[in-house]
Write a protein that binds this ligand. Structure first.
Ligand SMILES: [Fe+2]
Ligand SMILES: [Fe+2]
Length: 337
């Protein structure tokens, strides 16, 4: 029996499950289990789920072990890990043993969770279609999963940037579409944007967690994240220039950016798009030490830097998108589980 949209949540903390149920019931066909054993029992009785989201830290059977067991019983089920304590070792274990599709940090903003669930459901449909021979297998699906899993790591390490990469990806994809890029390229922009700050996993956590604006010494520790992200991704054979795009997201048109200070069209178009989306999202979103600066201020920044810092066509697309088309980031910024 196919259950194309059934989602199972596994967490040993009842409070998480209650707030989750409140947030998502009505939008998804959602079941909850309070332990790995209960989850496996439900799987046996009710058949496979499309997506399983599991907490990492649970007594008796931890999340990786559960997802591994689930994979044996229902290999197509898309697996998502929810964790408050992600590190690189855990992520690799989750990806290698648990075959996770994404790692989400806890607390997780509702819009980020919702987007991950939709992506998970889409992935499940793709897997089913491939199994039925309806669609050619996409070579980069595994890499996309790995990239999205890594994206979750950054958010766990940088509590100030919860949901940042996901929202940048959302806006960057809209900009790419607005600029008339092909569907495939729009997807590539979205994927690169979803992990553009990957290098932050190698920045000391106390620097990322600092509540106020960063001083010169701290900036010197944060700035290498662009190059570090490129280095981390450089060893993986992605079918497009993912590593370079990530490495260039802080470059600016006039050469005032970093790490290389390259100019104009030497910066990949994808990176020029992500740069604009990154600035807008960062200004609009609240940080621990300040409220959001507002959309008007963010658009003013883009307008002021149009043609100097930011690609003129990308900036124009951005201004048009917000001012004329009324484009907005997804709601639920505040709600978290
Ligand atoms: Fe960045
Ligand atoms: Fe960023």
């Amino acid at each position: 029996m196919d259950h194309p949209a059934r989602i199972l949540f596994v967490d040993d903390e009842p409070a998480v499950l209650v707030s989750l149920g409140r947030l998502l019931r009505g939008k998804f066909d959602l079941r909850v289990a309070a332990s790995g054993r209960e989850a496996l029992g439900m799987l046996e009785r009710e058949g496979p789920f499309a997506v399983v989201v599991s907490d990492l830290r649970m007594p008796l059977m931890d999340g990786v072990a559960l997802l591994e067991r689930l994979g044996q019983a229902a290999p197509d089920t898309v697996r998502i890990m929810l964790t408050g304590c992600a590190d690189l070792e855990m992520a690799l274990r989750a990806v290698n043993q648990g075959h996770v599709f994404q790692i989400l940090s806890k607390p997780c903003p509702a819009d980020v969770l919702e987007r991950a669930l939709y992506q998970g459901l889409r992935q499940y449909q793709r897997l089913l279609a491939e199994r039925r021979g309806q669609a050619p297998p996409k070579a980069h699906l595994g890499l996309e999963g790995l990239a999205l899993a890594l994206a979750g790591l950054v958010e766990a390490k940088d509590p100030q940037a919860r949901g940042h990469q996901g929202r940048v990806a959302h806006l960057a994809a809209a900009l790419a579409q607005e600029l008339g890029l092909t569907g495939e390229r729009v997807e590539q922009v979205e994927l690169a944007a979803a992990i553009h700050d990957l290098g932050k996993v190698l920045v000391p956590p106390e620097v990322l967690a600092k509540p106020g604006p960063l001083g010169p010494a701290e900036l010197a520790m944060v700035r290498p994240h662009a190059q570090l992200g490129q280095d981390l991704l450089g060893g993986i054979a992605f079918p497009f220039s993912l590593a370079q795009i990530v490495g260039q997201h802080h470059e600016r048109l006039d050469g005032s950016g970093y790490p290389r200070g390259i100019v104009g069209e030497d910066i990949l178009l994808e990176a020029r798009i992500i740069a604009v989306a990154d600035v807008v999202e960062a200004m609009v979103s609240p940080r621990a030490h300040r409220p959001g600066l507002g959309l008007a201020a963010a658009l003013q920044e883009i307008e002021g830097g149009q043609g100097r810092l930011y690609d003129p066509r990308v900036a124009e697309a951005c201004l048009g998108l917000f001012r004329e088309r009324g484009w907005r980031f997804e709601a639920n910024f505040e709600a978290t589980i």
